[in-house]
Ligand binder design. Structure first.
Ligand SMILES: C[S@@+](CC[C@H](N)C(=O)[O-])C[C@H]1O[C@@H](n2cnc3c(N)ncnc32)[C@H](O)[C@@H]1O
Length: 382
């Protein structure tokens, strides 16, 4: 199994939000029972897409979250299933991969090279990837209804700050849907090249939008943004680009700019995602933190870890979660949809929602399964 997998996943470009569509395979075929009696249309339950255009070739983003794999289903009937737990073979394979990765970490010299100037590698990334290669993100408004609210015609003055906005693949779809003449969208990124790309975009409209260079882990606030003024902060696959040492500064900066009651909309990589499992030797920086082939860094989060960070608990889990005699409390169920029970002394954010979004993607032609895992949350400033 391993040789085929290693070869197959290497083709995945990075950074890859829609990696799955471009990935040829994660080969676990020998572990998949060859079920496969064709399901006729008449037997397909109504919650699945019936349109062969979508079923046969691709998955419409609007179908996210709605396709459940039930016992007796043919795994290869569709190209993706939602909320699917990884199977034992994949779990075992993942653990073998993690052990291999840990045994061959990045050298200290390279760690220093990648950690000392991460913006340099993102600049290179945006130099080499100027095309708008991310897909239309219709799911944004669906997943984060507050984006509907602030872009409504009569919403009044609203400030949205996007952190790590990259080439504007989130910002421009928001502008395209916007009906609020009083919206102010600040799209910031620490990569100068990314900001250049946004500013030269055909839809860049300075009446509504301002793209600026800003490092979320710096001591400064974003240009033109004052404390306690922002309604919504968007963080889409940016937090994973930070080193764990930068988390606290970043969260405190976001807390500073938001109004009390303001909301963070968050989506990022989850532990065990295919993108993590596929890393080879020489990519491991520290636990769950890797360097990609292009020099950009990526972290894979656990749900409880995110709940702690956004509550304002930084560093290692503290005595809060340990009894006096040193025995730990029961480990929280990582798949529980309940917000974390872990509380900081003076919490920065309420964890309004934090979920693990799992998808199994299927290459039906090759009878292959791939597991994706993302974290999605909404955090409200206290
Ligand atoms: C995976 S990309 C995501 C881009 C964009 N949010 C999207 O979803 O298309 C990560 C982005 O975070 C930016 N980034 C990384 N570290 C940053 C930091 N410390 N401050 C601001 N932006 C950062 C990178 O330049 C890059 O544009």
């Amino acid at each position: 199994m391993t040789a085929t997998l290693a070869a197959a996943v290497e083709v995945v470009p990075s950074p890859d939000l829609e990696l799955a569509e471009k990935t040829s395979a994660l080969t676990v075929q020998e572990t998949i029972p060859e079920t496969g009696t064709e399901t006729t249309t008449g037997q397909i339950p109504p919650h699945r897409s019936h349109d062969p255009q979508y079923n046969m070739k691709r998955t419409d983003p609007f179908m996210f979250g709605s396709r459940y794999l039930d016992e007796g289903d043919d795994v290869f009937e569709f190209n993706a299933w939602d909320h699917v737990e990884t199977d034992d073979a994949y779990k075992e394979y993942s653990e073998q991969q993690f052990a291999m990765q840990r045994a061959s970490p990045v050298s200290d010299f390279d760690k220093n090279r990648f950690n000392s100037d991460p913006a340099r590698f993102w600049n290179l990334f945006y130099k080499n990837n100027t095309a708008n290669f991310f897909k239309n993100r219709k799911w944004l408004q669906q997943e984060f209804p507050v984006l509907h609210t602030v872009t409504a015609e009569d919403a009044g003055p609203k400030i949205v700050l996007e952190v790590g906005a990259g080439a504007g693949n989130t910002a421009f779809p928001i502008l395209a849907h916007n009906k609020n003449p009083k919206l102010r969208l600040h799209a910031c990124d620490f990569s100068k090249k990314a900001v250049e790309v946004m500013r030269s975009h055909a839809e860049y409209n300075t009446e509504l939008m301002q793209a600026d260079v800003w490092d979320v882990a710096s001591e400064e606030l974003p240009p033109g943004v004052e404390e306690n003024t922002v309604d919504v902060v968007l963080m889409i696959f940016i937090f994973s680009a930070l080193s764990p040492l930068q988390w606290e500064r970043a969260v405190r900066n976001i807390h500073r700019v938001l109004k009390p009651g303001g909301e963070v909309c968050f989506r990022d990589y989850g532990r065990g995602d295919l993108a993590q499992v596929r890393f080879k030797k020489g990519r491991y920086l520290e636990e769950n933190f890797y360097i990609r082939g292009d020099g950009t860094r990526v972290y894979f989060f656990e749900k409880e870890e995110l709940a702690r960070i956004w509550s304002g608990v930084f560093g290692e889990e503290t005595s809060d979660s340990e009894d006096k005699d040193g025995t730990s409390e029961a480990t929280p169920d990582p798949d529980s949809q309940e917000p974390s029970a872990i509380k900081a002394e003076s919490p920065l954010f309420d964890i309004e929602e934090l979920g693990v979004d799992r998808r199994m993607l299927v290459n039906r032609a090759k009878k292959l399964k791939m597991y994706r895992c993302w974290m999605q949350g909404r955090f409200r400033k206290k």
